[in-house]
Design a protein around this ligand. Structure first.
Ligand SMILES: [Zn+2]
Length: 367
């Protein structure tokens, strides 16, 4: 099949059963992810004008690398599958673009050569590529993870194995996945005296995507590790808290209802986006992008999202309290009127963040 995306047209095999066939993998539901990548790379080039080279480490059809090349990046497309390599070459040629195509294991390429920007977009977990990606990147590591069930705790043992952390299956599962992934990336980067800080991160039920800016030195790597910690969660009343440090120090019981608390972590506790960067990306969305309107909307929500480590779902809280839900605007206004910060989140239409705890939310939003 032919796929038109942004400024390019690429050939991609028909996908019989996502990721399970013989075919080179192409994920049509990730057009938003790829449109945002092009815009984020444009914004990043303004932030770091030295950045020129881009590696599409797990190229498959090469759609990311082709789009980067069309946007003026000095692109390298790498794949271990010979059919993918042929497809990458055809897709570059079809668009009249020049880029290097390598038939090689991405880890070999990234251990041998360095690139300004490296994009790791595999099917499943990015962990097998993470060490080499941090070794082989000067400025920006872009990572997609599609193994959302392990990341969010729905496939618990798999998440523990992949990410060397304890995820928990909570009602903020997508954010749990984001923070488990970011925590694992920060710890991997720190092994090489690198701080990996997220400029932009977004999640859906299908994947997590993040853009990690690297900073070099043992001191900054230590500072990044200090951003890790644990979340303590009560499945009964939905109270939660967090603290920093690689050793968990959970309260004995839920201070709100007295029941047992679950601990998740270590995970990334602070900002998952730089609001300034999210705002800087938005003007770089262009009309040729099929998801431009949706992407602009997402960036606006991300820029305004509070940095608290977990979010709530109004409908879930109201159901638990035996109360009818109200409009999100009214609900958030009540929290603000009571002196709390409150924002919507990109995790869902009825989700929000606040610095109020669950008891204070209940009081502040009572009829
Ligand atoms: Zn509780």
């Amino acid at each position: 099949m032919r796929v038109e995306e942004g400024q390019v047209t690429v050939e991609a095999p028909e996908q019989a059963d996502a990721g399970k066939g013989e075919n080179v993998f192409f994920n049509p539901v990730q057009e938003l992810n790829r449109d945002l990548t092009v815009a984020a790379l444009r914004a990043y080039r303004e932030r770091e004008p030295r950045a020129e080279s881009y590696l599409d480490a797990t190229a498959a059809t090469g759609v990311r690398g082709v789009r980067a090349a069309a946007d003026g990046w000095q692109a390298t497309l790498c794949d271990v599958d010979p059919e993918a390599v042929d497809l990458c070459e055809r897709n570059l040629e079809r668009n009249g673009l020049a880029a290097e195509v390598r038939h090689e294991d991405a880890n070999v390429t990234m251990h041998r050569d360095a690139f300004d920007v490296v994009d790791v977009d595999p099917f499943g977990t990015p962990i097998p590529f993470a060490d080499a990606a941090f070794r082989g990147t000067r400025d920006l590591v872009c990572v997609t993870a599609t193994d959302t069930a392990p990341l969010c705790g729905a496939h618990f043992e798999s998440g523990v194995r992949s990410y060397s952390a304890v995820p928990r299956n909570t009602e903020y599962h997508a954010e749990m996945g984001v923070r488990i992934l970011l925590g694992a990336m920060a710890r991997t980067a720190a092994r090489y005296d690198l701080a990996a800080r997220p400029l932009l991160t977004h999640a859906t039920k299908h994947y997590v995507r993040t853009y990690l800016e690297l900073d070099r030195g043992a001191g900054v790597a230590n500072d990044a590790i200090d951003e890790l910690g644990h979340v303590y969660h009560c499945q009964h009343c939905l109270w939660r808290d967090s603290d920093r440090g690689l050793l968990a120090d959970a309260p004995e019981a839920c201070p709100n209802c007295g029941r047992h608390l679950q601990t998740a972590g270590p995970l990334w506790l602070t900002r998952t986006c730089e609001p300034d960067f999210a705002e800087a990306v938005e003007p770089h969305l262009s009309e040729d992008m099929g998801t431009a309107a949706e992407a602009a909307n997402l960036l606006g929500t991300l820029a305004a999202e509070l940095p608290t480590p977990t979010h709530y779902d109004q409908h879930r809280l109201c159901k638990r309290w035996g109360r009818g839900a109200s409009s999100m605007d009214d609900f958030l206004e009540k929290l603000r009127a009571a002196g709390f910060e409150a924002s919507r989140t990109h995790y869902g239409g009825t989700t929000f963040k606040t610095d109020a705890d669950v008891a204070a939310i209940r009081d502040a939003t009572a009829e």
